[in-house]
Design a binder for this molecule. Structure first.
Ligand code: HEC
Length: 419
């Protein structure tokens, strides 16, 4: 199957997906971890007969409901729009394989939505056991929705040995399923613990804020501690080529990990401080903690996405939507129904490079990457794309098409670069 390309050369489809997805990832992990914190805080408040803590939990539930239901749903739908426009072949392959998992996911969303609304509105109306049980239902449904989506996302990176259509079970429980589930659970608890800390830091009731920050600090410390072995377990289960990328062969991953390490260090120190000296965590510290948590999460997602390169579905579909089993030397444009024949170089860029390179744009600009290369140098480079840089797919096309692309890129270089 062949699809047209949604071509916005200055921004790039990847950046559009990333922008929506990063927001969605924060919110969706908050939705999973936040339920855990609500039940924990409510349980603590009821057990200690702590009225201020109880009231805080109720207010936090209101903020939580708005953030997760409204923003979560909007960005979730946004992702579907973006991926089906930017990456139609990948999206279609996933829907075909995992249709029942998506169906289960929607049922779980419904349970989440109903239970959190009931939870918020029955705070003072039900017995504590019943109310906590409703919170528990929300927790279970939201964690199971992570469980479901985790199988699909990890399949994209590590499909394992299964290539046959229809083998849903082993595709779902693929090699990185469990490490990723553990890591994401930890990140969900961490991120929402940081939200609790941030909201607490703004509370005027300082003794309450200290109690909350101490509880949140303890939870975040446990989550950070459990995340570390999960990261190593995850790395261990990556196939060798992917691991090489993560361990230094991919420049974007190197940059992303350079952010993750200090963020993790800041969070560990912050969580210890919250535990021993909760009074020292004021608004600025809470905000720095939250920013570090978001950076850590963003860096993990960025690394995972970049590690999948050059594939959108490891081993079967490249990031530019081309099937990996396609013969490399066969003429490309004549078998690509949505391409125009007027400007072959531009069309080849659009169908094969634009998935990861913008043209004079904001992310991985091809003009910058090809600076100083003339047409013959580019032609030689394109013929070895995958051999030189394993995170790029091989060029598909005839020798003439390769030359067309090289000449077109060299011309862009001349017209696009500044004097
Ligand atoms: C799967 C994503 C992907 C696709 C598709 C892709 N590239 Fe790249 N390309 C990259 C990444 C990532 C880099 C390195 C960026 C960095 O250094 O941060 C890169 C770097 C480059 C460089 C810089 C030279 C170097 O060795 O670092 C050139 C030239 C290049 N790409 C050309 C192309 C051409 C031509 C195409 C289309 C035929 C293409 N790329 C398709 C991801 C891709």
């Amino acid at each position: 199957m062949n699809y047209p390309v949604w071509y916005i050369p200055s921004i790039g489809g990847g950046t559009i997906i990333a922008t929506i997805a990063i927001i969605h990832v924060f919110i969706s992990h908050f939705a999973v971890g936040g339920g855990f914190w609500l039940v924990l805080l409510e349980g603590c408040a009821r057990h200690r007969r702590d009225r201020p803590l109880y009231r805080f939990t109720r207010n936090f539930a209101r903020f939580f409901l708005f953030a997760t239901l409204v923003c979560g749903a909007l960005t979730g739908v946004g992702i579907w729009f973006a991926i089906s426009l930017v990456q139609p072949s990948g999206t279609s392959a996933l829907i075909h394989r995992f249709v029942f998992v998506w169906a289960a996911e929607w049922v779980l969303f419904l349970v989440e939505i109903v239970s959190i609304i009931v939870y918020l509105h029955t705070f003072d109306r039900l017995s504590s056991r019943r109310h906590l049980a409703i919170g528990g239902i929300y927790c279970a449904a939201s964690w199971l929705s992570l469980f479901a989506i985790n199988g699909i996302i990890t399949f994209m990176l590590t499909p394992g040995a299964v290539a046959r259509q229809g083998e849903v079970f082993s595709a779902f429980f693929n090699p990185t399923f469990f490490p990723s589930l553990l890591l994401r659970t930890c990140l969900a608890i961490l991120l929402s613990g940081l939200f609790v800390t941030a909201v607490a830091a703004f509370s005027k009731d300082r003794p309450l804020a200290r109690r909350l920050i101490r509880i949140a600090g303890a939870g975040c410390l446990v989550a950070l501690g459990a995340a570390l072995p999960a990261v190593f377990w995850y790395l261990k289960n990556l196939p060798a080529p992917v691991r090489t990328l993560v361990e230094g062969a991919s420049p974007t991953i190197v940059r992303s990990l350079a952010v993750a390490r200090p963020a993790a260090a800041i969070l560990s120190v912050g969580a210890l401080l919250a535990l021993w000296r909760p009074g020292r965590i004021g608004k600025p510290a809470a905000m720095i903690g939250l920013a570090a948590g978001l950076l850590l999460m963003g860096s993990f997602e960025w690394t995972r996405e970049a590690a999948r390169r050059p594939y959108v579905l490891q081993g079967s579909i490249y990031s530019n939507g081309q099937r990996a089993d396609r013969p490399l030397k066969e003429p490309f444009l004549s078998s690509t129904p949505w391409s125009k024949s007027t400007e072959p170089g531009r069309e080849l860029f659009k169908f094969q490079c634009y998935a990861c390179h913008t043209l004079g744009g904001i992310n991985n600009d091809i003009l910058q990457r090809t600076q100083g290369m003339d047409a013959p140098a580019l032609e030689a480079y394109i013929s070895q794309l995958h051999a030189i840089r394993p995170f790029m797919p091989p060029f598909i096309g005839s020798p003439d098409e390769r030359r067309d692309l090289a000449v077109w890129l060299a011309n862009q270089q001349r017209s696009g670069s500044k004097p």
